[in-house]
Design a protein around this ligand. Structure first.
Ligand SMILES: [Mn+2]
Length: 209
């Protein structure tokens, strides 16, 4: 096919993403991670228990672990974070690992960071998928995890939101906008105001190995 197709084969994972958040105190106990690796990316939202400085310590520790090992399997990452968060307040978090070599996403959460995947194809059925959440607290009690893997298509949009965002945030989300606009709209419309709030929006734009 010539130069054009060989160039496409080397195209890295293409993502567009944005986030919005609001902290109750000076420091947010909620954080996001977007960390690329050679054939994919790890994305997630972490909510350190409670809010304020001690929540932020726990969330930053989890983020440090994730950013150091983004290509590791999700179960390994939860285990590493669980070890690292002993002695902190602990955290809840949801993670998604996007594999650009086969356009798949593996995702799961411990606690209540909600996650939805909105399909870019208007004829897709179902139009959305929801993350599997297991009860527990990273750093205190880690449940057995069996992450789900789903196929991604160009234009699919992942939204992860901490519990400072009302659970119904996925209803009526307008996905035509850019991820940054979507994140800001979700925070403005669904932010609760009595906890740290954080929303990460990631759009999959394709990728080749
Ligand atoms: Mn919270």
């Amino acid at each position: 096919m010539g130069a054009m197709s060989s160039a496409r084969e080397r195209e890295p994972l293409a993502l567009e993403w944005g986030w919005a958040g609001k902290a109750l105190e000076a420091e947010s106990g909620d954080l996001h991670v977007v960390s690329r690796f050679p054939r994919g990316a790890l994305v997630g939202v972490i909510d350190g228990l409670g809010h304020g400085a001690e929540a932020a310590v726990a969330a930053r520790e989890a983020a440090r672990v994730l950013e150091a090992l983004p290509a590791e399997p999700l179960v390994t990452l939860f285990e590493r974070c669980h070890e690292a968060l002993h002695g902190t307040r602990g955290a809840v978090m949801s993670l998604a690992s996007i594999d650009s070599s086969d356009s798949r996403m593996t995702w799961i959460g411990v606690g209540n960071v909600e996650g939805i995947l909105l399909r870019g194809d208007p004829t897709a059925a179902p139009a959305r998928d929801t993350i599997l959440l297991r009860g527990g607290i990273v750093g205190y009690q880690l449940p057995t995890l069996r992450p789900a893997t789903i196929a991604l298509s160009r234009g699919d949009t992942l939204i992860l939101a901490s519990d400072g965002i009302h659970g119904g945030f996925g209803e009526g989300v307008e996905t035509k906008g850019r991820p940054q606009e979507i994140a800001e709209a979700v925070l403005a419309r669904h932010g609760r105001g009595d906890d740290d709030a954080h929303v990460l929006v990631v759009r999959f734009l394709g990728g080749e190995p």
